[in-house]
Structures are given as C-alpha cells and as structure tokens.
Design a protein around this ligand. Structure first.
Ligand code: SF4
Length: 368
C-alpha cells in the first residue's frame, strides 16, 4: 500500500528540499533524458520560475508527440449535493443550510439529454458524500440509466471499497477520480473535522482499492490552495509513481483544482498564481509523458486558452456544478463558482482555432 511509502517521508523535510533547489538543479532536470522525482522537485521549486518559457516549449513538444494535437472534452454531471461531511472549503458541506437534492431516474435522463444535445459523449458523475443516499447502489443504477447514452462514464464520489469499485467497473465505469485534497496529515484534519472524510488513511488508501478493482483510469490530485502547493504536489507525484508501478495496466490522470469561492466558505490560505499553476502543469508533463492532464472550468478563459497547446490533454466545458444544473433545477446552489462560463461549442471552436481537435468520444462501449 502507498501508506508504507508515505510514512517514510516528512512534510517539513520535503518542503525544505523543494525551497532549497537551485538553478543548477533546474538546469540538470531540464537537460535530463529521463526525469525522476528529484527532477520534479527542482521543476516545481521557486528556482524554476525563470525557466517557465523553456518549460512551456518542452511541455508543448512532449505533449504533441504523445497525444497529438487533441483535447478530450467532458462535462461533469452533478447527481446530488447531499453530504455528511464537513469540509470547510465546500459549498455542499453538512453545516451549510442549503436545499439538498438528489436526482431521480427521470431527472438523470433529463440531464443526460441536455448534455447529449450539447455534444458530450464523456461525462463525469459527481456527488457529495452521503453514505445512505448516494451509495454504490445509487451509482450502479445511475450507470445503468446512462450507459446506453454515453461512450465514457467517469465517477467522482465518496471513496468506496474494492468490491464496490469492481461492481462499478463491471457495470461500465471507465475512470474514477479521487483527490487527497492535502497530504498534510494534521492540516487535513483541520479542513475535514467531521464525517467519514475526516479519516485521512481511508482516503489515502482509496487509489489502491481503485487499482485493485481494475478500473481503466485513475485520476488523482490535490486541492490547490489548502496547503503549500509545491509540497502537496510532490506527495501527489510520489503517490502517482507508486500507483503506476503497482497498477501498470491502469491509465492515470492529474487534475489541478484551485480553490474557488463557494457559498459560506473561507478564502484560500495559500494563493497560487497563474504562472505557478502553469509551472506545475509543465513540471508534470516533463516528469511523466504518459499522464493525462486535465483542466476544469474553475480556471479562467484566458488561462485555459493558453494551456490548450502547452501540456493539457483534457478539458471540461459548459460545466454546471449543481445537481440538475443543465435542465432540472438550473438555480440550485453550485458546489463552487465556475470561471470559464463559455458553452461547449464555443470552447470547441477556440480549440479548433489554435489548430487542435476537440475529441468528444475517445472510448466505445464495445471495449468495455
Ligand atoms: S468536498 Fe465533497 S465531501 Fe466535502 S463537503 Fe464537499 S461534497 Fe462533501
């Protein structure tokens, strides 16, 4: 299990190493034929900031070589905002007095119709973590309803056990995303004081359970803004390195959620600039050429447009982060405010304008 490796590292020591990196470390990393985690440390350090343009060009070339000039398109479908956890940064947190909603079968179909009409064939099902209402039976039923309509269904829901992931895999789930939020054990507890999510170790073990169940693709990431993004990103990369070695038949993706405003929540404690986010994206690409790198509509139009050709492989578009947000209950409370509010068609046109191809379907059910 990854926990055995994780326990060998000390947060403060890792942080010190990152901040002590020099320009010579960065230059060594950039000129290496094969880059390891030490190179990743140099590339995410403050010392790498002056090398941003060089990193961007290298990232662009490597991404084109591995993925071609393509961007995969997907949309999140929020099925429920019910949640039994307190996460101090989230609009769906248990203590927030908002109207709770979980979509019924007919409402799921209405949302599906709206997303199909917008052109999507890849959807990401998202729920809060309410163990008794949105459990594995609810997800299996949702997949059964949606499978005839979409080529690719991903899941971002509460951590489950291996048997439950296996059932979802057999039902046709293509990928599962789970974010550790922060790898700082003590700070994690402060952000997650109540509910099942407050169990740091259970969450840390989740990618292992997903890997064991044989899910095709596993998505990981941290919530950028909860703690020092550089140190958290090192631990995320360490986790990925372990997962890739252990579950070598699985594909992997990294997402870059930066903390966004939401109803009743705090401001980010650690602010990450656009240049820093770009540096992180390039560092991942230079470290690992096979990773899918995903950017959501949390990010603003200009940043997303600039990133299309520089390392990103996957983008959401026209997203609603409230259950029923596309057709059923347009006004319900969002989990967080999106920043890029353009429609999927508009974003596809921007992608095409820079010479890239928006991919609406990259998987067919005959493979599953
Ligand atoms: S982040 Fe997830 S688990 Fe935490 S309150 Fe929001 S929906 Fe619930």
């Amino acid at each position: 299990m990854f926990k055995d490796i994780f326990e060998k590292y000390d947060w403060d020591e890792v942080q010190k190493k990152i901040y002590q990196s020099t320009s010579a470390d960065v230059e060594n990393a950039l000129s290496a034929n094969k880059r390891d985690l030490n190179d990743f440390i140099a590339m995410i350090s403050p010392a790498a900031a002056p090398y941003l343009e060089q990193m961007a060009m290298m990232s662009k070339e490597l991404t084109q070589k591995r993925f071609g000039k393509t961007i995969q398109m997907y949309a999140p479908m929020y099925l429920s905002n019910e949640c039994q956890n307190i996460c101090t940064y989230c609009g769906f947190s248990l203590e927030n007095k908002i109207k709770r909603k979980t979509l019924s079968d007919s409402e799921i179909l209405l949302e599906a119709k709206a997303l199909k009409t917008a052109g999507f064939d890849h959807i990401l099902l998202v729920t809060g973590e309410a163990n008794s209402t949105v459990d594995s039976y609810y997800f299996l039923n949702a997949v059964k309803i949606l499978k005839p309509h979409f080529a690719n269904i991903s899941l971002e829901v509460q951590p489950l056990n291996t048997d439950e992931y296996l059932k979802l895999h057999l039902a046709g789930i293509h990928s599962v995303l789970v974010y550790q939020e922060t790898y700082h054990r003590k700070i994690y507890k402060e952000y997650h004081p109540k509910g099942k999510k407050s169990n740091f170790d259970f969450r840390l073990d989740t990618p292992d359970r997903i890997g064991e169940a044989g899910i095709h693709k596993l998505g990981v990431g941290v919530l950028l803004g909860l703690e020092d993004w550089r140190t958290d990103s090192f631990f995320n990369a360490l986790h990925l390195e372990y997962l890739q070695k252990t579950y070598w038949q699985t594909q992997f993706s990294v997402s870059f959620p930066r903390l966004r405003p939401a109803e009743g929540i705090m401001e980010p404690k650690f602010v990450m600039s656009d240049r820093e986010l770009a540096q992180l994206i390039f560092a991942y690409r230079l470290w690992n050429q096979d990773l899918e790198l995903s950017l959501s509509t949390r990010e603003n139009e200009k940043f997303r447009d600039n990133m299309i050709s520089l390392g990103i492989t996957t983008m959401s578009a026209g997203s609603k982060t409230n259950p029923g947000g596309y057709a059923v209950d347009i006004e319900s409370l969002e989990q967080f405010e999106t920043s890029d509010e353009r429609s999927a068609i508009e974003i596809a046109a921007v992608i095409a304008n820079v010479g890239y191809q928006p991919i609406w379907k990259n998987w067919d059910k005959i493979y599953s």
